[in-house]
Design a protein around this ligand. Structure first.
Ligand code: GCO
Ligand code: MG
Length: 451
């Protein structure tokens, strides 16, 4: 078989991890009758010629997008590498470290590039390096799809569903305000709605923050939080919503890890009679040992994972069936290559996917989420958001929301573009260089607490 056919075989494999290069000669005989050694992993005709990051904030949130260019004129890929709290560090990891490692390599060798880039820093698994790797990884999948002329969901095995069911965020400062917000989403066709209620006088996650001292220096503006009132209020919110809205609507809630574990256990138990679709992040990654106790205490479905980086954080939770939804930020775990493996493993343990999809996932990252959502059998739900006019200008081909479902086009690859000129109109703000509210949430006595 000549070299061209060899490459065609690789493309057809669509990135499926066939052990082509580790197999012995006899295993390869059917493909390579002449007995010539297979080309090395970087032996393809097309090469990576450049890798760069684009930092942009069309919706005011700092986004990091990676672009991988190839020797084939006009063929490039895009990937999301957004770690909004530290965007410039990710850009450095891509521009200064991954780029030189990747130039000249074959962009179709996605698995090999993932494995080697991951090991290329020796120390691995952090949010910076994983996001950088993800930007490259998604871009390589995008390139593969464009070369094949197929949308990514097709390369992942084809659609398991017509579109992707989503949830949106309802919020308010009173029971009635949250109810009105839920009704508003229902009237737009949403069936799943996350509900968050503000605790009067406290900076409550998901319900509008309260800055205590707007006159203070940026880096010392404290927000105040105490968990007990919140833990009493949320079950009352669910009771109110079930009474007013009935049983059909699926209600979700995000604890955002900001409650001491034993209070979170009580809260999740107290919500059980109102049948939440899931309760998210009841514990922080540091308190992971509590999940087995929670499982014994309640049948409320649990979603977890947006802060996870490493497989060591989720393997045990999944294989011991301690959670129901895996909710990682795909770029945080290293991109689509790792997320596909995670989804496959979760499928075997009846854990469903609910990829993280807030404002600090770029439209490119949302497109990646959706392609995977379409193709995995164990899809659960997708956190969604509307894209502003500015975002649509910067990212032509943004996913579309219709009647509560996310849709992507059937263009090749991720099916989304980046207009670099438009992106330049929305530079990321360096003053202040990041959002100081992280790390400044404190209890009334001044003790710092999880955000
Ligand atoms: C969610 C999240 C986010 C995070 C944010 C941090 O469930 O959507 O908890 O809103 O707070 O992504 O940067
Ligand atoms: Mg969350």
């Amino acid at each position: 078989m000549n070299r061209r056919h060899w490459l065609a075989h690789l493309s057809l494999a669509g990135g499926i991890s066939l052990p082509l290069f580790s197999a012995g000669r006899s295993a390869l005989a059917w493909q390579n009758p002449a007995g010539a050694p297979p080309p090395p992993p970087s032996g393809g005709k097309h090469k990576i010629t450049d890798v760069c990051t684009i930092l942009t904030a069309p919706a005011g949130i700092r986004l990091v997008v990676v672009k991988v260019l190839t020797s084939q004129p006009g063929l490039f890929g895009l990937g999301c590498a957004t770690f909004t709290q530290r965007p410039r560090v990710v850009a450095t990891a891509v521009d200064e470290y991954l780029k030189p490692f990747l130039i000249g390599k074959d962009p179709t060798q996605i698995e090999d590039i993932w494995q080697s880039a991951w090991l290329s820093s020796y120390w691995r698994n952090g949010p910076v390096l994983n996001n950088a790797l993800s930007g490259v990884d998604m871009a390589l999948w995008d390139i593969l799809g464009k070369r094949a002329g197929l949308p990514l969901y097709q390369l992942f095995g084809g659609k398991c569903r017509k579109a992707v069911d989503t949830y949106r965020h309802a919020r308010g400062d009173s029971l009635e305000a949250v109810e009105a917000s839920v009704r508003n989403f229902q009237s737009q066709g949403y069936r799943h709605i996350r509900v968050q209620i503000g605790v009067p006088g406290l900076a409550t996650y998901g319900a509008g923050g309260r800055l205590d001292d707007a006159a203070a220096r940026d880096n010392s503006r404290v927000e105040t939080w105490e968990p007990k009132t919140y833990c009493r209020l949320v079950p009352r919110l669910f009771e109110h919503l079930r009474t007013k809205l009935g049983d059909e609507v699926e209600l979700l809630h995000d604890v955002h890890e900001r409650v001491p574990p034993i209070l979170a256990m009580q809260l999740v138990k107290d919500l059980e009679p109102y049948r939440p679709y899931f309760v998210e992040d009841p514990f922080s990654p540091e308190d992971i040992g509590y999940f087995e106790h929670l499982r014994k205490a309640t049948t409320t479905p649990i979603a977890m994972g947006e802060l996870f980086n490493s497989r060591h954080e989720w393997l045990d939770l999944v294989s011991r069936r301690l959670i129901d939804f895996i909710r990682v930020h795909i770029s945080q775990i290293g991109g689509l290559t790792m997320a596909r493996k995670m989804a496959a493993m979760c499928e075997l343990f009846a854990v469903r996917t609910a990829w993280h999809g807030p404002g600090d996932v770029s439209p490119v990252g949302h497109a990646a989420n959706i392609h995977l959502d379409l193709a995995v059998p164990n899809f659960g739900i997708q956190e969604a958001r509307e894209f502003s006019a500015a975002e649509q200008e910067v990212f032509p081909g943004c996913p579309v929301l219709k009647e509560g479902y996310y849709w992507v086009g059937d263009g090749p690859g991720l099916g989304i573009d980046l207009d670099e000129r438009a992106a330049a109109k929305f530079p990321i703000k360096d003053d202040p260089p990041f959002d100081y509210s992280w790390g400044n949430l404190r209890l009334k006595d001044g003790t710092v607490t999880k955000p």
